[in-house]
Design a protein around this ligand. Structure first.
Ligand code: SF4
Ligand code: SF4
Ligand code: SF4
Length: 463
């Protein structure tokens, strides 16, 4: 018997152009079956290389900066076990979501989509919303109860959609979440109703949830491309009207290469200079839902946003200010805090050695780190942190040695700037999903990591 071997073109041994970093599991972007995936590096970039037996080979860019990707791995802390699990291990990950007992992190932030209806039709919508379904108040209360059963005292719930301001019982839902002891209720909105409906805004102002306002930039063209229509003036009007009623606002900005990545700095500066804006969450665009056509090798990644902010803010922010949040997998999320008080603007990592405190592989050997400072930094570098909250203010004060008396002013002078790299079918990495701390609470009584939900279940959220 003779063996067969396929000859290599040129028949000369040579090195591969890339270095193999690790093996993980991903999904086929076409049929969504779970497949093995290599994580490789070439020319200082990190990318995923995977094969589906039915649909062939796929490559996608994960990070445009190998150094940032590798350095980030240090910021990874032990997960917390929730009080209850709503699913059991039966078929294996990711079919058992969730959360099943093998999940590596509890719920920092619970998301509830109360409707799939929307007053916009964004071409970038993560799940292609545009339905007519509204959860009943009773359904939402049951979902909130599930969160309480699993978490005890949940820190944060985000009410989302579709467009949640279209729900006829939105106010009752916010009240129900508060009555169950959930510390922070966030409303994830496109701002259309806030900009246009006086009576609605008056009523919302009585409850004052934190507002996560979709805000992608300043020019009509950006909105036409990302949202299908010119919303540039409407967004600024929504901010003014929210500020007039004393809301805390966090801007949620989708960042797409060649569309609005040149406006990231201006968005951050708006946050730093506006008295009611307490933060920005940048989201490099994820190609899920309605937004599926893309070149997966030519896209904005997390370090690209950090680099754009450094370039466009004239040193107000630098790449090194952005330190990964250690509760989910560290390549998911990076954050910094800007302090704008006392006539100066600086960032927290320039005041405190945040890296030493949050590097969980190194910090156990450094004996002069204060446990109180570490606890405060863990509170700030968390998906639970709600910009503008008293807790963020007191954690910041603790790190920097500010007196408790200065707290009220301090709360208004701290701005969170984050970059959250949501995954799509091209970049999906099951090891990140297994440590996800942002969970979609479903009406059928399950909690599913957001990126599993967006890519493997029918999903709908502001993209
Ligand atoms: S992603 Fe988490 S909850 Fe879902 S099956 Fe895997 S380990 Fe379980
Ligand atoms: S939602 Fe996705 S990107 Fe965010 S923490 Fe979870 S797995 Fe990571
Ligand atoms: S991204 Fe948000 S605003 Fe746009 S269609 Fe989807 S749910 Fe509506």
């Amino acid at each position: 018997m003779s063996f067969s071997a396929v000859p290599v073109a040129g028949r000369r041994k040579k090195d591969r152009p890339e270095i193999f970093l690790e093996l993980t599991r991903s999904i086929c972007p076409v049929c969504r079956r779970v497949v093995d995936a290599d994580v490789l590096t070439r020319e200082n970039k990190v990318f995923m290389h995977k094969f589906c037996p039915e649909h062939g080979w796929f490559d996608s860019l994960l990070s445009s900066d190998l150094g940032y990707y590798r350095a980030g791995q240090r910021f990874n802390k032990p997960g917390t076990i929730p009080l209850s699990f709503a699913a059991q291990v039966e078929k294996g990950c990711p079919e058992d979501c969730g959360l099943c007992p093998e999940h590596k992190q509890h719920t920092c932030l619970g998301l509830i989509e109360i409707t799939d209806a929307c007053n916009l039709q964004c071409p970038t919508c993560l799940a292609g919303s545009g339905g007519k379904n509204f959860l009943s108040l009773e359904q939402v209360k049951k979902m909130l109860e599930l969160l309480v059963v699993c978490e005890g005292s949940p820190e944060v719930v985000q009410i989302s959609g579709g467009e949640p301001t279209l729900h006829p019982q939105l106010f009752e839902i916010i009240t129900a979440a508060r009555d169950m002891g959930i510390k922070s209720v966030q409303l994830n909105t496109n701002g259309v109703r806030i900009a246009e409906d006086d009576a609605f805004l008056e009523e919302l102002a009585r409850l004052k949830p934190s507002i996560y306002l979709q805000f992608d930039g300043f020019t009509p063209e950006v909105y036409r491309r990302l949202r299908g229509t010119d919303l540039a003036d409407l967004k600024l009007k929504a901010i003014d009207r929210l500020a007039g009623h004393g809301f805390n606002i966090v801007l949620a900005a989708t960042v797409a290469k060649g569309v609005n990545d040149d406006q990231a700095g201006r968005i951050a500066e708006l946050a730093v200079n506006h008295k009611n804006v307490r933060g920005v969450m940048f989201q490099p665009v994820a190609y899920t839902g309605r937004h599926s056509g893309c070149d997966p090798m030519n896209r904005t990644t997390l370090p690209d946003v950090a680099a754009a902010l450094e370039k466009q803010t004239g040193g107000l922010l630098v790449k090194e200010d952005f330190i990964p949040i250690p509760c989910p997998y560290p390549t998911c999320f990076s954050v910094t805090y800007v302090y704008r008080g006392g006539g100066e603007i600086t960032t927290l990592p320039r005041l405190v050695n945040v890296e030493d405190y949050l590097d969980y592989f190194k910090n156990r050997f450094i004996t002069d780190l204060s446990p109180l400072t570490r606890e405060a930094l863990e509170g700030l570098w968390s998906a639970c942190a709600t910009p503008g909250s008293e807790e963020v203010g007191s954690n910041f004060a603790c790190c920097c040695g500010f007196s408790p008396e200065s707290l009220k002013e301090l709360e208004q002078d701290i701005i969170m700037i984050g970059i959250h790299a949501l995954m799509d079918a091209h970049t999906f990495d099951l090891k990140r999903a297994r440590k996800c701390c942002i969970h979609q609470v479903l009406p059928e009584g399950k909690m599913v990591p957001l990126c599993v939900y967006n890519n493997l279940r029918r999903g709908c959220a502001h993209g």
